[in-house]
Structures are given as structure tokens and as C-alpha cells.
Design a protein around this ligand. Structure first.
Ligand SMILES: Cc1cc2nc3c(=O)[nH]c(=O)nc-3n(C[C@H](O)[C@H](O)[C@H](O)COP(=O)(O)O)c2cc1C
Length: 312
């Protein structure tokens, strides 16, 4: 049985990738999880320089999810290349580096540094973090901004470029198209949904940043819908995510059109989820007589006649 999938020039062992911000720099999990057994590891978002992020409280639990406003705390791209990448290479991880920028120049400089480093499989371009004021989501909420960031990075690297789209827009498919026209190799979606929680006794916001990003099972049906819409709109491979806790959840994304999936919030509940996802996928493929997981991608079964009705 073939669990491997292809995203642009990348051949992944299986479709399961750890989502950025929910798996540190990967190395922290190495004593519990064989990083080489995963499809990939998307590391925490990196700017050019180190960042402290927002002060606590930065995380709130919600029904079926969590809101975070970490504020992209990170060690910066240079320290990542010097301190984390060699270890990730040694562990055999397929490394997706999630990059951030306040300006176009910053995105390009971070991409350049990573292109010169040994062991980066792909660049995931974070234009969708809802928790920072400058750059980032400002690009991702504008079609021109999305196009400009991707095309600027395209000029400075030959590594696969995977813009990560925000769900905080009305028509996500048009953003997928902008990314495709600008030269992206794939897209990933979704990042978190802008959200808020209030302590009614104190009438204070529960997060120091007031607003944060909602993740976890609460967002899954919306994320699946967005993957489906993007799959209709572009030819690019899609990496889908949002609330995956079980193999059935992951299968929904694959059937909606994702070639691979990322798993984020579930790591905080069950860091050993990976072997269960892989075993569950093998079991499903056997039961449904698929020789390759790639054959399942986008195989949504809409009975004839019903699609026109749904789409009209
Ligand atoms: C604590 C936390 C930190 C995150 N940090 C990042 C980040 O640095 N870059 C990024 O692109 N997405 C980040 N995300 C978003 C996740 O990668 C993912 O897109 C989102 O949480 C939806 O997937 P999930 O429901 O499986 O967590 C973060 C999410 C959480 C919960």
C-alpha cells in the first residue's frame, strides 16, 4: 500500500504533517515521535529576527477548540538555521519552514537565508496569522498582497513555495487563484479564525491581545468547505488543516481535495497521534480497496444531478 504523496517536487512518506506553531521546531518532540516517520514537520513561524510574542495570557480553551494569541514568538531564521536545522536533518525530518514578515523585503530575506541552508524541504509562507499587527495577515487578506508576497519570494528561491491562506476572507478560492498566478507550488489552509473570549466577572478579555485565533475541531467543517472550494478553483496541490483529531477527520480533507494534511491543536491533547493516523489510513485504504492514498484525493462522491442543485 502506498501512503506517499507528491506536493510539487516533494515526495512525502505519508500525508501527515505537523502544523506550524503546534509542534515547536520539531526537535522538542523527537524523544516521543520519530520525525522521519511523518510526512513532514512545519516549524514555528520565523521572522528574520527573534521575537518575544505577546505577554500571557496567550491561550484560552473554548468548546471544541482553543484561541491563541502567541504573537509569533520565535528565535529568528538565523538561529533556526544554526541551532535547529542540523538536528532536524540528522533526525531525517522533511522540514517545512513557516516564514513571516512585516514587509515584502523581510519575507524575501528570510526565504533567501533558508535557500542557502541545507535541509529545508519547502517554505510555507505565513500570510495569515491573525495575531500580529504589521505585515502577515494584511498581505493575506488582500488579493494584490497575496500575489505580491508570493511573486517576490518566487524571485529569490527555487524551494517549493506554499502560501498559507487565511480563512478570514469571504472568498478563499480567489486567494488560492492569486497564489497560483504568482507562482506558488502548493497552498496550505486554513490558519486560525479571528476570535475573542471574555471573562464576564471581570469584563476583561481573556487574552492579553484581546483578539486571537480559533483552532481545533470547532473550525473543521468550515476548513473542509474551504479546501473543497480551493480544489475546485486551482490545480495546485492543497495541504488542508483545521481541527483534525482522528483519521476520519483527515480523510474528510483528502476527499474534499487536499493532497496532504496538517495536524495542529490535536498535538496538545495527544502528541502520539501520528502512529494512530497512519494505521487508521492504512486500514481505510484496505477497506475501500485503494492502492494509493493519492487516488483518494478529491474523490468526493456527489450523486449525479445533486451537484447542480447544491451549486445553484
Ligand atoms: C498555539 C498555536 C500557534 C500557532 N502558530 C502558527 C504559526 O507560527 N504559523 C502558522 O502559520 N500557523 C500557526 N498556527 C496555526 C496552525 O498551524 C493551524 O493552521 C491551525 O491551528 C488550524 O489547525 P488545527 O485546528 O489542527 O490546530 C498556530 C496555531 C496554534 C494553536
Amino acid at each position: 500500500m502506498d501512503l506517499s504523496v507528491t506536493i510539487a517536487s516533494l515526495h512525502l512518506k505519508n500525508p501527515f504533517i505537523a502544523a506550524s506553531g503546534c509542534f515547536g521546531y520539531g526537535v522538542e518532540y523527537a524523544s516521543a515521535v520519530d520525525l522521519a516517520s511523518l510526512g513532514g514537520v512545519a516549524v514555528k513561524g520565523l521572522f528574520l529576527k527573534e521575537r518575544e510574542g505577546h505577554p500571557p495570557p496567550r491561550i484560552v480553551e473554548t468548546p471544541a477548540g482553543m484561541i491563541n494569541a502567541i504573537g509569533l514568538q520565535g528565535i529568528g531564521v538565523h538561529r533556526f538555521v544554526a541551532e535547529k536545522l542540523p538536528e532536524l536533518r540528522r533526525l531525517g525530518a522533511t522540514v517545512f519552514v513557516n516564514i513571516c514578515g512585516s514587509t515584502l523585503d523581510e519575507y524575501c530575506e528570510v526565504a533567501r537565508v533558508l535557500s542557502d541552508a541545507d535541509g529545508v524541504a519547502a517554505i510555507e509562507v505565513n500570510i495569515s496569522c491573525p495575531n500580529i499587527k504589521e505585515g502577515g495577515i494584511q498581505f493575506g487578506c488582500s488579493l494584490d498582497g497575496t500575489y505580491d508576497v508570493v511573486s517576490a519570494i518566487r524571485k529569490v528561491t527555487t524551494l517549493p513555495i506554499i502560501p498559507k491562506l487565511t480563512p478570514n476572507v469571504t472568498d478563499v478560492a480567489s486567494f488560492a487563484r492569486a497564489a497560483e498566478e504568482a507562482g506558488a507550488d502548493a497552498i496550505s489552509l486554513v490558519n486560525t479564525f479571528l476570535a475573542m473570549a471574555i471573562d464576564v466577572e471581570t469584563r476583561r478579555p481573556k487574552l492579553s491581545n484581546v483578539l486571537g485565533g480559533l483552532s481545533g475541531p470547532a473550525i473543521r467543517p468550515i476548513a473542509v468547505r474551504m479546501v473543497y472550494e480551493c480544489h475546485q478553483a486551482v490545480k495546485l496541490p492543497i495541504i488542508g488543516m483545521g481541527g483534525i483529531m482522528t483519521v476520519e477527520d483527515a480523510l474528510e480533507f483528502l476527499i474534499a481535495g487536499a493532497t496532504a494534511v496538517q495536524v495542529g491543536t490535536a498535538n496538545f491533547v495527544d502528541p502520539l497521534i501520528w502512529s494512530k493516523l497512519i494505521a487508521g489510513l492504512e486500514d481505510y485504504l484496505t477497506r475501500h480497496k485503494f492502492a494509493r492514498v493519492a487516488d483518494l484525493v478529491g474523490r468526493l462522491n456527489i450523486p449525479a444531478g445533486e451537484h447542480e442543485w447544491i451549486a445553484s
